[in-house]
Ligand binder design. Structure first.
Ligand code: FES
Ligand SMILES: [Fe+2]
Length: 371
């Protein structure tokens, strides 16, 4: 593999932000009538919750003189600047200048951004108009869910580097001592969504694996679904009960990963359903923490350079290839990567990944037919 594999334009690049949904705040942190400072990947925002309980995201600075709007006050579903009391509607339109009778002849507008709430989190879209729905767990896509949040955390590496950890099957045995070898096969769901699923069965090599095998009819369930390469949902567990763990991760100006874990389960009815779900979500959190813990030290010191990919790294190569194809945006400290500016070196990089992947694909196919 050439040195160009070490120089992607989007993957692991703090200054390239893929346009998409990113977690902003935990919902309970923003009460009705409250406005808060937020800085999401270098972009300063005033996020507020109106009387109608809806959340809105405004560019932080007042178009009058630049006061931070989070110093202001929520009035109904509108926001009034602290400094000279100009007031902006829910859509960011200036509609009141108290020292004047009519604001109409002054034109000013605050930039607003798409914002939604789901799984106890407030999500923001890094652009003018949201082009797709929020991240999801594939098996729960059409169901109501119950959720629980983990504690937000910060790691010393780019979000992409954390993301690939979940499909780095190679380290499951070395770090996490998993007694099963996983083979993760990619499936492109759409342009921004890719899923990797295990196809191997639990071997009958020991008492432990024979016991584990009792809970799986087919292959051991382990899959990861990625949305804009920055939010991933793991699905795992025995056939009779699947666990879902969502990792929502954004970068910051120091090149770190700011993560938020969400534990998910299908909504269940009645008091018993509530109690059951509360137990399941707590158990899911333990599973999530267990996996996250093993890698803590690596993420403190890693200087990610993919210098020597091998066959077992195939899912990671596919992930990088997927990330490189995502649309980036102007946001905070990041500049849009212009497709036109992708230089010869970069094209070379993508081509090599493609070649390498098809080489591995062929190998996989041959192995599967030989089995
Ligand atoms: S700076 Fe906001 S009203 Fe003057
Ligand atoms: Fe890990």
């Amino acid at each position: 593999m050439s040195k160009s594999l070490e120089n992607p334009k989007v993957f692991n690049q703090t200054n390239s932000i893929i346009e998409g949904w990113y977690w902003a705040l935990q919902s309970h942190e923003l009460k009705r009538g409250q406005v808060k400072h937020a800085e999401i990947m270098g972009k300063k925002l005033a996020i507020f919750r109106g009387k109608d309980n809806k959340v809105r995201a405004f560019d932080a600075f007042c178009p009058h003189m630049g006061a931070h709007l989070a110093e202001g006050k929520v009035e109904g579903n509108e926001l009034r600047c602290f400094f000279h009391h100009w007031k902006y509607s829910a859509d960011g339109e200036l509609n009141d200048i108290p020292c004047r009778k009519h604001a109409q002849n002054v034109s000013a507008k605050v930039e607003t951004y798409p914002i939604e709430e789901s799984f106890g989190l407030i999500w923001i879209w890094t652009g003018k108009t949201a082009k797709r729905g929020l991240p999801y767990a594939p098996e729960l896509k059409d169901f109501d869910t119950d959720s629980m949040l983990g504690k937000p955390y910060v790691k010393e590496c780019h979000p992409n580097v954390m993301m690939i950890n979940a499909i780095d099957a190679h380290h499951f045995s070395s770090v996490h001592k998993l007694p099963v070898n996983l083979e993760l096969i990619p499936n492109v769901i759409d342009q921004n969504t890719i899923e990797f699923s295990n196809i191997t069965k639990v071997p009958e090599s020991s008492l432990l694996t024979r016991f584990i095998g009792l809970f799986y009819n087919g292959p051991l369930t382990y899959s990861l679904c990625y949305h804009n390469a920055t939010t991933g949902t793991v699905t795992l567990g025995p056939d009779f009960l699947h666990f879902y763990i969502m990792f929502a991760i954004r970068s910051n100006e120091k090149g770190q990963a700011e993560g938020q874990t969400v534990l998910l389960t299908k909504k269940r009815k009645g008091i018993l359903g509530k109690v059951f779900n509360s137990i399941i979500l707590r158990a899911t959190r333990i599973v999530g923490n267990y996996f996250a813990k093993g890698d803590t030290e690596v993420f403190k010191t890693i200087n990610f350079k993919f210098k020597t990919p091998i066959r077992e790294d195939y899912p990671i190569i596919k992930f990088i290839q997927h990330a490189e194809k995502q649309e980036t945006c102007n946001w905070g400290y990041a500049k849009k990567v212009d497709a036109q500016s992708i230089d010869a070196n970069q094209l070379n990089f993508i081509n090599q990944l493609l070649n390498h992947s098809s080489e591995i694909n062929t190998k996989l196919e041959t192995e599967n037919t030989e089995q």
